[in-house]
Design a protein around this ligand. Structure first.
Ligand code: ATP
Length: 446
């Protein structure tokens, strides 16, 4: 399948099946922001819950926070965003399209969608000007320079300014981390590739505070740990790789940065960044706030400003990775089908339950199974419409790993069939054991 075909198919499947819609579609859409539908929100929640579980619940050295999106404007002066969070913007004087100068080689320079290749020729680019990516707005009723606030362009600063609050209230000792999942906003010059680069998105970031001198070792540990998480989502190992930033790519605050990249249909791209941010952020906040952000080690009496190892992943990019990795088309039993082969733990719906026919008490039995699964917090779906084959196809497209069918034999011996999405194998299971069977499978899937 050609690369753009896969993306087109994901966009259309996303809309058709309720994963992702264009924002404000009835007004023509916005192009740079997207809405998650009923299946999409479940997929996204599974990503976030998996991250939170591994980064916070399964560790005793990471605490969670949920900081506000609007912060004191001085935060963004201290962080360097007011001065330096810019991209070089260039505009073509002829076609009026705008590009990031540093990405020109990969942009579809000079061609509007309505133009055929070559119709426009070379772009006539103007001078590059630095464009700040932060969204500005005003706090309160007066729109003046004194009331300017920004929509946060990253969640990390909310963790830095709360460093001492969290450390003292949770009685954590260094090394420890602060994790956060939340919205971030960037007025990107060239948003695109579906939910890969948008102007409103969600990040899952963790700031790990360490004693200077131990930062390199912690960097390596976190880089390894983050790759373990990505692999646990079930994506193909050959589609993940690392890219270390050269000195020309390193952000001003970073001592080292390694991207975890995924092989998206449009190429290898950053999914997550692991950064050694040194003591840059805490020192800048000390300077701008006038408050000390030192750690005092009660045991050894040491005082120091910690170094920070950050792991920063995009939730939406992770969702796109899961969709792209899971999408496949294949022939089965002489028919073609579209499958989203999600890892069962990521699948929005775990089981769909069908009565083979709409009579003889089968719908009631099927409803009973659905209710039992739902009561145990296993997302389940009831469907009695259309042939059984069509019902299977609908669930294949939604990525549902198991379909449970209640048939004539159920009323005789109390068993149902469970069909596996990938192997198509059908297993007969006692209907009272469906929940346990599904739990066993979920636990056995690693
Ligand atoms: P890029 O180089 O792709 O612009 P970045 O290096 O600026 O990304 P970070 O500031 O490190 O990104 O943000 C951490 C993560 O947040 C990224 O790895 C990415 O997954 C996600 N992210 C950043 N910008 C966007 C965006 N505009 N849309 C969706 N996700 C984003």
């Amino acid at each position: 399948m050609a690369e753009h075909d896969v993306m087109d198919k994901l966009v259309s499947l996303g809309k058709r099946r309720g994963f992702i819609y264009q924002s404000s579609e009835i007004y023509g859409g916005t192009g740079s922001v997207w809405d998650y539908g009923p299946l999409g929100i479940e997929l996204k929640r599974n990503v976030k819950e998996s991250w939170w579980s591994r980064m916070v619940h399964q560790r005793d050295d990471v605490e969670g926070v949920d900081a506000s999106i609007l912060m004191h404007p001085r935060v963004w002066e201290a962080s360097g965003h007011v001065e330096g969070f810019t991209d070089p913007l260039v505009e073509c004087k002829s076609c009026k399209l705008r590009f990031r100068e540093d990405q020109l080689a990969s942009s579809e320079c000079g061609r509007k969608p309505s133009m055929s290749p070559g119709e426009h020729g070379e772009c006539d680019l103007g001078e590059a000007r630095l464009f700040n990516l932060m969204f500005r707005t005003f706090m309160g009723p007066v729109e003046s320079e004194g009331s300017v606030v920004y929509l946060r362009p990253e969640t990390a600063q909310g963790s830095y300014v709360n460093f001492l609050n969290v450390q003292t209230s949770s009685r954590q000792k260094i090394p420890f981390g602060i994790a956060q999942i939340g919205k971030a906003f960037r007025n990107e010059i060239t948003p695109g590739n579906f939910i890969f680069r948008t102007r409103e998105f969600e990040q899952a970031e963790m700031q790990f505070f360490v004693e200077p001198g131990t930062d390199e070792e912690w960097f390596d540990r976190w880089l390894e740990e983050r790759q373990v998480w990505h692999r646990s989502l079930g994506v193909k190992g050959e589609n993940l790789r690392l890219h270390e930033h050269g000195s020309d790519e390193l952000a001003h605050y970073a001592k080292k940065a390694v991207d975890i990249q995924y092989h998206f249909p449009f190429g290898w791209k950053e999914l997550e960044g692991v950064h050694n941010r040194t003591d840059f952020d805490l020192r800048r906040h000390e300077e701008y706030s006038g408050k000390r952000l030192e750690y005092i080690d009660s045991g050894g009496g040491k005082r120091f400003v910690p170094y920070v190892v950050e792991t920063a992943v995009g939730v939406d990019r992770t969702v796109l990775m899961l969709l792209a990795d899971a999408y496949r088309e294949e022939e089965v039993e002489g028919e073609s089908r579209v499958v989203l082969g999600f890892h069962p733990r990521m699948a929005p719906v775990k089981a769909a339950v069908f009565p083979l026919v709409k009579k003889d008490g089968l719908p009631e039995l099927a409803h009973g199974i659905v209710e039992g699964l739902r009561a145990a917090a296993v997302p389940a779906f009831y469907d009695e419409a259309g042939s059984i084959g069509r019902r299977y196809r609908r669930q294949d497209e939604a990525g549902t790993p198991w379909c449970v069918t209640v048939d004539g034999q159920t009323s005789e011996d109390g068993t149902v069939t469970i069909r596996d999405r990938d192997s198509l194998e059908q297993t007969r299971v006692e209907s009272s054991r469906v929940l346990d069977w599904i739990r066993d499978q979920l636990e056995g899937t690693g």
